[in-house]
Design a protein around this ligand. Structure first.
Ligand SMILES: NC(=O)c1ccc[n+]([C@@H]2O[C@H](COP(=O)([O-])OP(=O)(O)OC[C@H]3O[C@@H](n4cnc5c(N)ncnc54)[C@H](OP(=O)(O)O)[C@@H]3O)[C@@H](O)[C@H]2O)c1
Length: 352
């Protein structure tokens, strides 16, 4: 079948405005790019935050969406790693031309930042992976100021950090779940995560050795973690990063330790005063950020292998019926904290 010239896309009409589905042209891939027919797209907290807080985007109407899996429809000049018909996953990015975000039926992506989707995974599973995974790995392995650990795909990287404890605050979040999985591949032990206890088995399946109730008072949390880890720890990844998680998370650090956060630092000033080398590092996970692209190219070359071996697993997911029209309802659920340990996914061609 030939590529259609028009497609359905979900537009955020204005800053703080409404989401509506409308028609727009299917873009053409430039040199080095893929045109992907998006079979599944995942929802992220950033999507509702852009709408609610007016973040990041100045040009409207805008198309959002960062997680997708689909089929390569066409390739631009110079692309050799992919051909039409390949099944891929990739991370989208809202851009002024609206061609590179994923809440639409067809998007463009640089071939260097896409990975083949293993046959054993569905498109929906593929769409649970990109942003959560890249934010986890950028934080652990490449964020400026972060621990800059050796990635598990580099020589000697797998298992390198054996007998080293790590704490993941919010292990049931997408970022947290991938942080646990990569911590396991890197050899960390124990891997201590916080979550609602109903998600304990899920997190242990990803590699957590201990799951602590996210509602424990700060002092009890610290006491438990010190007991399990044998003392304060050098690396804490706070995948939630609200003030109520960052402050207790900072208190878990050993001198010289690093607290990785996914939101701007919010640790009280008096704690930071006598920090003894403890630092807070704000992770910027999107792989299309200029500082992440070179690392991203390596990662996306290795990603298919990591998924094929099962070393890295997709997230638990729920498909919301209704296609692009259903995204606004899904984002509302995420905003209201009604989604637990699960990635919401829609199929952009449904109801088309
Ligand atoms: N800086 C970046 O580049 C970047 C990139 C991606 C995401 N983010 C941000 O990172 C955060 C996480 O994103 P995500 O997509 O991973 O989130 P998500 O998957 O939507 O996270 C949902 C989970 O968060 C957990 N949670 C909420 N409050 C918690 C708390 N106080 N303690 C422990 N767990 C808690 C819940 O766990 P339970 O169900 O177990 O209670 C829930 O399952 C968001 O704020 C997002 O905007 C930043």
């Amino acid at each position: 079948m030939s590529t259609p010239t028009q497609q359905k896309a979900l537009f955020l009409q204005t800053k703080h405005g409404e989401f509506t589905v409308a028609t727009r042209p299917v873009p053409k891939p430039g040199p080095g790019e893929l045109l992907v027919k998006n079979e599944a797209t995942g929802l992220n907290p950033v999507d509702w935050k852009i709408q609610a807080f007016g973040l990041f985007i100045e040009k409207y109407p805008a198309i959002l969406g960062m997680d997708a899996a689909g089929v390569v429809e066409a390739v631009g000049d110079g692309v050799t790693r992919f051909k039409a018909g390949d099944q891929v996953i990739y991370e989208g990015v809202p851009t002024e031309d609206n061609d590179h975000a994923t809440f639409q039926q067809y998007s463009l992506v640089s071939a260097d930042l896409a990975a083949k989707l293993p046959d054993a995974l569905t498109f929906e599973q593929g769409a649970t992976i990109p942003l959560g995974l890249t934010t986890a790995v950028v934080g652990l392995y490449s964020q400026n100021g972060g621990p800059m650990l050796t990635p598990p795909w580099a020589e000697g990287g797998k298992g390198q950090y054996s007998d080293t404890p790590i704490v993941v605050i919010g292990g049931a979040s997408a970022v947290g779940a991938f942080t646990i999985q990569f911590a396991k591949l890197s050899g960390f032990s124990p891997i201590i995560a916080t979550a609602s206890l109903k998600n304990a088995a899920l997190l242990k399946g990803f590699g957590a050795t201990h799951v602590l109730d996210r509602n424990l008072p700060a002092a009890s949390l610290r006491e438990e973690i010190v007991k399990i880890a044998g003392g304060p720890v050098a690396t804490v990844y706070d995948a939630i990063s609200l003030p109520e998680t960052q402050n207790p998370a900072f208190d878990l650090l050993a001198p010289g330790g690093k607290l990785l956060t996914v939101l701007p630092p919010a640790v009280e000033e008096d704690k930071a005063k006598d920090a003894q080398g403890r630092t807070i590092v704000h992770v910027h996970g999107p792989i299309q950020l200029p500082q992440n692209v070179e690392f991203g190219k390596l990662l996306f070359k290795k990603l298919t292998g990591l998924l094929e071996t099962g070393d890295i697993k997709p997230l638990r997911l729920e498909v919301i019926p209704g296609g692009l029209e259903a995204i606004a309802t899904g984002l509302e659920k995420i905003k209201n904290g009604q989604v637990s340990g699960t990635k919401l996914v829609v199929r952009p061609h449904e109801n088309a």
